[in-house]
Design a protein around this ligand. Structure first.
Ligand SMILES: O=P(O)(O)OC[C@H]1O[C@H](O[C@H]2O[C@H](CO)[C@@H](O)[C@H](O)[C@H]2O)[C@H](O)[C@@H](O)[C@@H]1O
Ligand SMILES: O=c1ccn([C@@H]2O[C@H](COP(=O)(O)OP(=O)(O)O)[C@@H](O)[C@H]2O)c(=O)[nH]1
Length: 940
């Protein structure tokens, strides 16, 4: 195959093709969106990345063909998992001289990838003081990652051995460097507490639904803290090694439950590092995860990553659910959001390097081995199990099901054999030792029961096989039996399918393995706990007609050969790169932090200031975790932040400052919290107003239609009854159903249902706004927004105070719903007139100017976008004729969102704690000014 030089140029300096706009010239790129411009959406970017990968693959295929005569070729005798990778590098270097620079450029642009996993692909065995033997490690994580060749990869991990001495460490580092591996040295005690203890005795069983250790529960409880400390310490050691080897632009890919702390450790030392985390085991239902004493911290540390991946959609869903239920965070279709920061969560089903298995079957030594096996088991059907000797693999259940099959089908007793490869694993953990004895005991019993002098029904091997023996075994098998009680994916099932192109044997697969979601259509799915069901599946498989076997095999073979480990890694890395691009775009849309000094300085230099303050989440204490804690009842009644009392009092006492608390809450809530301050209260989104010294008055437009209330109330009552811990409030101008203290997910489902009811029923013809908060649904009459109310409120205040000077400073801060953000634009001279809001009905256009107009009648009116506001006519004779009520001189306007990063406000304050700081500084600046003025007076 010849490959013409590509009309594609990948930037040398930029490792991420998604970021390079030079890739646009790609020939035949269907997804460029626009032929020359950069892709605009996330999907466009990802599709283009995919195209690019396909193109790169075609280049690699060219290399493979060229490499057939190469001594390092994967097909050659010298083939090993490492020489595969080395050969690619060698070929690339060799080709440079003959093939010109472009190919060299392509190679140079390979993304550097740091794979960080507890286990290195090789385990080290010490042969002497300075000599080491390296053995391939067994397990799906290693198999899959060794298939990944598209990147310039370094692997960081533990070599499975304690190396206390300096000579040993130095020589091992050198030996591993040849395999592109970098060791993390863990001492014996750390391995005991971190790996055997916390990882394999606590997290592993829990994530596989086996619960926390039951036996010797007290001892486990006592040792929990020390094991967890060791876990954190080990994760930090991994982070230290990553930091040592990290080069800017690298992608750091952390793997598995051993390293849940790692993303946080890495981001703490370098927030710009691209960090992904992938879990190879299941992530259990949040109900299981909730039992873990360190449940909160482990979720938080993982969320520090940019991208979090799982084998299946179910695991991803469970993780998001744990984050919403346990951390009280927002779960979105893209991932988990915390204060505007998104951690993307998605499913990336792993695969195998299928070509490697298919090619291996052609090798003479594999063919010879297959021949031997066929002769050895001639006249008998071969059933195969290949598992690490782990309780999650359901070995006792598998063997018992086979026993039942033999019991019920005597005609098969001398016609079938079960070959079970049981690879010893985690042998220092007591649970695994017990399992080994149990399996041996059952196998012995069955062989004694059904064996003859010349043959036994079960051949059980307590060891691992080399790659070629395994391939031969897969190829001669009639029925593979995978009965995991839970399994992240299970690559053995994939490998079996890859090796069955000629035999087309049957796969019996546990429905609790991740692989059931991808190979379920071709396999016979079973519940491994149901021994009777598995026994009858064995019978069905052994008797299956050839055409059915072929169909089933074909289906799975297609999947295994297209969803490869290369594809898996490339997709993950590409999405990780894109997540960074996306985060940068999002960051650009977030308002900058409020420059508090400037805001205070301008405040102190102005003469007639207006402060508009929201209440909930602005003047109240921040609530860290919603929905899980015992203090919910207290939180249900919003209370003024205690640290705000003093500054607020001082500000109220300043004659140059007018304060309005503008809230969605009803009047009694504002009365309770602010009754003893001297300020203005605007309740129910500004529909009611009072100076604290006076009575409530309404600012409601006169023709507000409230006929809808009863019918909406019925719907709200219905949903409140059916959603524990939800409640609704009936206000004069709106109805709000709140599920902030209910189960978040159930609340959200109910909210969806409720909206459906409303839109198809009571409000289908009414002129209403339906405003969806993050945990609430509010129905309001059209025109009930804070922005719409502010002109009426302002009119009243100007009139009431007899203001003579225009307002020359406005500070407007709140945690307002998008619908109410029209308050910001009311004062904003620059913004475009369209404000996006998540409501159905038309919103009042934002107001650009606010000025008195006496030309229409004897009374003054306020201009709204050039039109005259119909809502209120104010007699403000006190203001000079024709003059503006507002004179903000451009920069004396500070609109500020509290904790909502997606906002039209000019600035952002992180939480109400920052509001405390701001108002304290404002109040002090006034006192400072007074003191200065007093001493000036004294001086004169
Ligand atoms: O390193 P060990 O403690 O000896 O254990 C071996 C590996 O076991 C687990 O493998 C998982 O990863 C596979 C590939 O994604 C998946 O198919 C399988 O279902 C999982 O059990 C473990 O997650 C790895 O970290 C271990 O290295
Ligand atoms: O004697 C053996 C038995 C198994 N394996 C490999 O171990 C991995 C097992 O992965 P799987 O995902 O099935 O389960 P895990 O052991 O990772 O839980 C597969 O790639 C097997 O090829 C091996 O190399 N030699």
């Amino acid at each position: 195959m010849s490959i013409s030089p590509p009309d594609i140029c990948i930037s040398h300096n930029n490792n991420n093709p998604a970021l390079s706009n030079k890739t646009n010239g790609m020939r035949g790129g269907k997804y460029n969106g626009n032929a020359t411009g950069p892709p605009r959406t996330r999907l466009e970017r990802l599709l283009r990345e995919r195209e690019l990968r396909k193109f790169n693959k075609s280049l690699n295929d060219g290399d493979t063909e060229l490499s057939n005569n190469d001594p390092y070729s994967p097909d050659s005798e010298a083939s090993s998992w490492f020489t595969d990778e080395e050969s690619l590098e060698t070929i690339s270097a060799n080709r440079c001289s003959s093939d010109g620079c472009e190919r060299q450029d392509f190679r140079a642009s390979k993304q550097r990838l740091l794979v960080v996993a507890n286990r290195l692909p090789v385990s080290a065995v010490r042969r002497g003081d300075d000599s080491w033997h390296l053995e391939i490690s067994v397990g799906g994580l290693v198999s899959a990652l060794l298939g990944v060749k598209e990147f310039e990869t370094r692997w960081i991990g533990w070599a499975g051995v304690n190396v206390p001495d300096e000579t040993g460490q130095k020589t091992l580092i050198k030996a591993l460097a040849e395999k592109r591996c970098i060791p993390v040295f863990l001492d014996e005690e750390t391995v005991h507490q971190y790996y055997n203890g916390y990882c394999n005795n606590i997290l592993w069983p829990l994530f596989h639904y086996l619960g926390l250790p039951q036996e010797d529960r007290l001892a486990t409880t006592r040792s929990f803290q020390s094991q967890f400390d060791a876990y954190k310490k080990a994760n930090q050691l991994f982070a230290d090694v990553v930091n040592e080897h990290y080069v800017e632009g690298d992608v750091v890919w952390c793997h598995d439950y051993h390293l849940m702390f790692l993303p946080k450790c890495l981001k703490d030392s370098n927030p710009n590092m691209k960090v992904g985390w992938f879990l190879h085991t299941p992530f259990p239902s949040s109900e299981i995860h909730r039992t873990l004493p360190s449940r909160t911290v482990l979720l938080r540390t993982v969320l520090a990553a940019d991208l979090v991946g799982f084998h299946t959609y179910d695991y991803a869903r469970h993780f998001v659910s744990a984050c919403t239920r346990i951390l009280g965070l927002e779960g979105t279709p893209e991932g988990v959001e915390d204060q505007g920061k998104l951690t993307r969560v998605a499913a990336f089903p792993i695969g195998i390097d299928s070509d490697r298995f298919i090619r291996a079957l052609e090798l003479p030594q594999v063919q010879d081995h297959m021949k031997e096996l066929k002769e050895r088991f001639a006249g008998r059907k071969v059933m195969l199990g290949v598992d690490r000797l782990d309780m999650i693999k359901g070995l006792p259940q598998k063997i018992l099901a086979f026993e039942k099959f033999l019991e019920e089908n005597p005609q098969w007793r001398d016609k079938v054999v079960l070959l079970q490869i049981a690879v010893p694993t985690r042998t220092d953990v007591a649970e695994y030792q017990r399992l080994t004895s149990q399996v041996h005991e059952i196998v012995g019993r069955i062989n004694g029961r059904f064996g003859t002098l010349t043959a036994v029904p079960i051949h059980h091997l307590d060891r691992s096989l080399d790659f070629h023996s395994l391939c031969a075994l897969y190829a001669v098998t009639d029925v593979a039996l995978v009965t995991s009680l839970r399994d992240g994916m299970n690559l053995v099932s994939y490998e079996f399918v890859a090796c069955q192109a000629s035999k087309k044997g049957v796969l019996i697969l546990s429905e609790f393995a991740g692989a059931a979601q991808s190979l379920g259509a071709g396999a016979i799915l079973v519940n491994p706990w149901n021994v009777t069901e598995v026994a009858s599946a064995i019978g069905y498989a052994l008797n299956m007609p050839a055409d059915e076997r072929e169909k089933r095999h074909h289906h799975n073979f297609l999947h295994v050969t297209t969803h490869t480990s290369q594809e898996w890694a490339a997709t993950f890395v590409s999405e990780l790169n894109d997540t960074i691009v996306e985060a940068q775009l999002r960051t650009r849309q977030i308002p900058p932090p409020l420059p508090i000094e400037v805001a205070v300085d301008r405040y102190s230099q102005s003469y007639n200031r207006l402060l508009i303050l929201g209440f909930n989440a602005t003047l109240t204490e921040p609530v860290e975790t919603l929905g899980m804690k015992g203090s919910q009842i207290k939180e249900m009644e919003p209370k003024l932040h205690p640290d705000l009392r003093e500054p607020l009092k001082k500000l109220c006492a300043d004659p140059k400052t007018t304060i309005v608390v503008l809230s969605g809450s009803d009047r009694s809530v504002l009365d309770d919290n602010f009754g003893d301050f001297s300020l203005w209260l605007a309740a129910e989104n500004g529909m009611f107003l009072r100076a604290t010294k006076g009575d409530w008055m309404t600012t409601m437009p006169e023709n507000l239609n409230m006929e809808w209330v009863d019918s909406v109330k019925h719907v709200f009552e219905y949903f409140t009854e059916r959603t524990p811990r939800s409640h609704f409030e009936l206000r004069e101008t709106s109805l709000i159903w709140n599920y902030k203290y209910a189960d978040v997910e159930f609340g959200r489902l109910q909210a969806r249902d409720l909206l459906q009811h409303l839109w198809t029923g009571p409000i289908s013809n009414a002129s209403l706004d339906v405003v969806q908060g993050s945990r609430s649904v509010e129905v309001r009459s059209v025109g009930v927004t804070k922005g719409a109310a502010i002109d009426r409120i302002l009119g009243e205040i100007v009139h009431n105070k007899g203001m003579k000077e225009p307002i020359d400073y406005v500070l407007c801060i709140g945690h307002f719903l998008a619908k109410d953000e029209d308050i910001y634009t009311f004062f904003e001279p620059e913004l475009p007139s369209e404000v996006s809001t998540p409501v159905r009905s038309h919103t009042t256009p934002p107001v650009r100017t606010y000025r008195e107009d006496r030309s229409m009648s004897g009374n003054s009116r306020y201009h709204v976008n050039g039109d005259v506001s119909q809502s209120r006519v104010v007699d403000s004779m006190s203001m000079q004729e024709g003059s503006s009520v507002l004179d903000l001189q451009g920069d004396n306007y500070f609109s500020c969102s509290v904790a909502r990063k997606r906002s039209n406000a000019r600035y952002l304050l992180k939480s109400s704690n920052n509001v405390v700081q701001l108002l304290t500084e404002l109040s002090n600046s006034w006192i400072d000014n007074m003191n200065t003025e007093a001493s000036a007076m004294e001086g004169s």
